[in-house]
Ligand binder design. Structure first.
Ligand code: GLY
Length: 340
């Protein structure tokens, strides 16, 4: 079993990330005072949630709504009521099992129940394993994505590589896009691996998580540097809503657009990026999306300043910069993904 340590931070505990094969016996970190655990799981993760329940001998299991339907305040209130019925107290533990939506809402409920209880996350999709479950961003949607949330580090994240290796292709593809993002932002060897044939999934996951651990370890609350993890996301979020397409695929398209802007501003090799995205079977364009609605959404981006929308650009692989981009350059990025 490999492990990485994220933290410690002055305002939060450290987060232990375990890479396992199978659900380990010791799901819970050793702690003196804990009476109860509660498991929240996404519908597709029921067999794994049952395995976890057996390992820790709890009967407190609750299925969440599927995907983004789980990430609402209404669902959170129903979970709080359930936690109350089960007497989950300040020193007990909430375990989230599932994809990114499940780990986001389980983390959010853990961050807010009784002003914050311990959480453990067991991501069962590649996207959750390399991104959503790592680094303590939790939240639910309210109009916009993740508008209500909290930074709350899980005390432990268990990444079961056997689960990830058995994923169906569409779920694998979504996670590969986020792993590629991690490579472009912080690990050129990871990009090399993804450009090769049959890259070993375990190594991809560990490298992508290591990039996130390093970045978040330097800027937990996203005061500045953590924003580099949003490479491909500013335009990607617009594509995700308008195309519409799953988050990971939209990030792939968003990276092509941001890569094009990076090429214009810094001479970045955007052709290499497009070939890599295409070679991985990921989309490089957003069919049917027009510039007007895309620009409207991009203008509303949380990271906008008076000089333009703040985007992550690349000077080269593993050399990101976050800076305002004027609308005429964004239009060129959109044209590169067929939004013209
Ligand atoms: N998903 C980007 C971050 O955790 O900062």
């Amino acid at each position: 079993m490999d492990r990485l340590i994220l933290g410690p931070f002055s305002s939060a505990q450290q987060s232990e990330i375990l890479f396992t094969r199978g659900i380990p016996e010791n799901v819970l970190p050793e702690r003196l005072s804990r009476e109860r655990t509660a498991i929240l799981y996404s519908p597709g993760a029921e067999p794994i949630a049952n395995q976890v329940a057996e390992a820790i001998q709890t009967i407190n299991l609750r299925q969440l709504a599927d995907r983004e339907d789980a990430k609402t305040l209404e669902e959170s209130v129903r979970i709080y009521e359930w936690l109350s019925e089960r007497n989950i107290g300040r020193h007990d533990t909430i375990i989230g099992v599932g994809g990114g939506a499940a780990t986001d809402v389980a983390g959010y409920v853990a961050a807010t129940w009784l002003r914050g209880v311990e959480s453990i996350l067991i991501p069962t999709t590649l996207l959750a394993a390399v991104d959503a479950a790592i680094g303590g961003k939790t939240g639910v949607n309210l109009g916009g994505k993740n508008l209500v949330g909290a930074f709350h580090l899980p005390s432990r994240v268990i990444i079961d590589l056997e689960i990830l290796e058995a994923l169906p292709e569409p779920l694998r593809q979504e996670g590969i896009a986020e792993a590629l993002k991690a490579g472009y932002v912080g690990d050129s060897r990871l990009v090399d691996l993804l450009q090769g044939t049959d890259p070993p999934l375990a190594e991809l996951v560990k490298r992508a998580v290591a990039v996130k651990v390093e970045v978040v370890g330097s800027d937990f609350r996203e005061n500045d540097r953590r924003a580099v993890l949003n490479f491909g996301h500013t335009i990607g979020h617009a594509v995700e809503l308008l195309a519409p397409m799953p988050h990971g695929l939209a990030v792939a398209v968003g990276m092509v657009a941001a890569g094009t802007i990076s090429a214009i501003r810094y001479g970045f090799d955007s052709r290499g990026l497009v070939e890599t995205v295409f070679g991985l079977g990921l989309p490089v364009a957003a069919a049917g999306v027009t510039p007007g609605p895309a620009l409207d959404l991009i203008r509303k981006d949380k990271k906008r300043s008076s000089q333009g929308t703040r985007m992550v650009l690349l000077r080269q692989i593993a050399d990101p910069v976050v800076e305002p981009v004027p609308e005429n350059l964004i239009e060129l990025g959109l044209a590169a993904i067929g939004i013209a």
